[in-house]
Design a protein around this ligand. Structure first.
Ligand code: F0G
Length: 461
């Protein structure tokens, strides 16, 4: 019923699901998990999934991933791995809608920070662990800007199914995320380099040592991430929004969302799909460069990869590395580039870049309206605002921004934004071109004196 298939229309090679592959053996392209839907027999309507809510005592129905098992049916029910992921909510936020320039009720935030490890990665990790368990893997590895490693480490420590080995760029991961990997007991390898270096190395190491790779080049991981869109649809009573706005780093999420919508349309479960906006940080803007400025397109499964390769050569010649306060998306060589092009094709997508200033201002607005997020997540809100300002998104559109990671993942960026300490501001943010903190909520410093404390409260509250 399920097999792996090369995404290239020129190649299209297929493989069994009993293999752990991260690229087509024949042409090197990415792989999909593909289903023979006629044999699977998917539900006839998305409302079918509502009956799972009354069976929440069953961990498979409780999981925000596996309650949609019928739409990612690569594993038998007794193999599914869950630690209770996917209990995430779609919140309407009129405060953020106003900031973005949308009508009241027009903006929703999909808060993936509520996952057990505090980011959307748990959606994919539940699926990857299920596959790893099916094939009997003993060790799992990833390169990470922090959230994949936190998620991998957590799933290993809870399930004890595998030993976690994580590769992080030295100094390139926020303390919130690093502390998770260390606490959960992962073997943590800090490489003198950045995420792109770590990604290259982990691929080599896992190939040579036969370690299961859980980065988003693993097609099973993306099956889990499809369910973020299913939960968004569920929360909107199965009426798709006009726009999904998502930060773009390694482009796993955007790829998974595109696959979800293509499948829902193919299965007749959705008539029209939302438009997709993928938002890069300006300091890590490969997709924006390639898609907006150099014309790289999906091209029916045969994209002209020389456009991307020439761009990478230029980056190397300039020795240009990714650089943004949104460390989660500080990536110049997104491994899922080709699948993201497909997603843009399926969803009539657009790509934009936003500055660190725009990201941090948007993040402060998200926080002030009740849902803290880490900087990378706020790229979605900053991107929605930019697209609204440009008239691409209309004021009456219904927009869903994906908040990919929890606010506590990166306290350094948040505290530096709100600080009164100019030196700290300059060191953390000023060096990245952030000039002001328009929405800063500054702490009030007082001496340990009752009258002075009361006076400060009278003055500021
Ligand atoms: N937002 C957050 C909070 C992330 O951690 C990531 C990716 C992204 C957005 C980008 O998502 O790669 O699907 O485009 N973090 C990876 C990691 C790279 O290693 O944790 P993407």
């Amino acid at each position: 019923m399920a097999f792996q298939q090369c995404v290239s229309s020129v190649c299209g090679a297929t493989y069994g699901i009993d293999e752990a592959l991260v690229a087509c053996r024949s042409c090197g392209s990415l792989l999909d998990v593909t289903y023979d839907w006629q044999r699977v027999g998917p539900p006839e309507s998305l409302t079918y999934f509502e009956q799972k809510w009354s069976r929440r005592l069953d961990p498979i129905c409780f999981s925000g991933i596996w309650r949609f098992h019928e739409l990612l049916p690569f594993a038998p029910a007794d193999q599914l791995v869950t630690i209770g992921e996917g209990q995430t909510l779609l919140h309407a936020s009129d405060g953020v809608a106003k900031y973005v320039g949308l009508n009241a009720s027009g903006l929703h935030l999909q808060y993936e920070g509520m996952n057990p490890s505090g980011s959307f990665k748990d959606n994919g990790m539940a699926a990857a662990f299920t596959h790893a368990r099916m094939i009997g893997a003993q060790r799992a590895a990833c390169a990470s800007t922090g959230n994949t490693s936190a998620s991998l480490a957590l799933y290993c420590s809870v399930t004890k199914l595998m030993r976690a080995i994580i590769f992080v760029g030295s100094g390139k991961i926020s303390y919130g995320k690093l502390s998770q990997a260390l606490d959960y007991g992962a073997l943590t390898v800090q490489i003198a380099g950045d995420f792109d270096d770590a990604m290259d190395r982990v691929k080599e190491v896992s190939r040579d040592l036969g370690i299961y790779l859980v980065n988003s080049v693993n097609p099973f991981r993306l099956e889990g991430q499809k369910t973020i869109m299913l939960r968004v649809l569920e929360a909107l009573h199965w009426n798709p929004p006009d726009w999904i706005v998502v930060p773009g780093g390694n482009l796993g999420n955007s790829s998974a969302f595109g696959k979800a919508f293509a499948e829902l349309k193919h299965l007749g479960l959705l008539d029209c799909v939302p438009r997709l906006a993928i938002i890069n940080a300006a300091g890590a803007n490969t997709l924006d460069q390639l898609y907006q400025h150099r014309g790289l397109r999906w091209n029916d499964g045969a994209p002209d990869m020389s456009i991307a390769n020439n761009y990478y050569d230029e980056l190397d010649a300039r020795n240009q590395r990714a650089d943004t306060i949104a460390s989660a998306i500080e990536i110049n060589r997104p491994v899922n580039l080709v699948k993201a092009l497909r997603a843009l094709d399926v969803c009539d997508g657009v790509v934009r870049e936003v500055s660190d200033q725009e990201i941090l201002d948007a993040k402060a607005q998200v926080g002030a309206n009740g849902l803290g997020c880490e900087p990378a997540s706020a790229a979605s809100v900053a991107g929605a605002k930019l697209l609204r300002d440009q008239g691409v998104i209309a004021p009456s559109d219904r927009v869903v921004c994906i908040l990919t990671g929890h606010q506590l993942k990166d306290p350094t960026a948040t505290v530096a934004y709100h600080t009164t300490d100019q030196e700290m501001f300059n060191k953390v943010l000023g060096a990245r071109g952030v000039k002001r903190a328009s929405f800063a909520n500054r702490a009030v410093a007082v001496s340990n004196d009752l009258d002075e404390i009361k006076q400060a409260i009278r003055l500021y509250s």
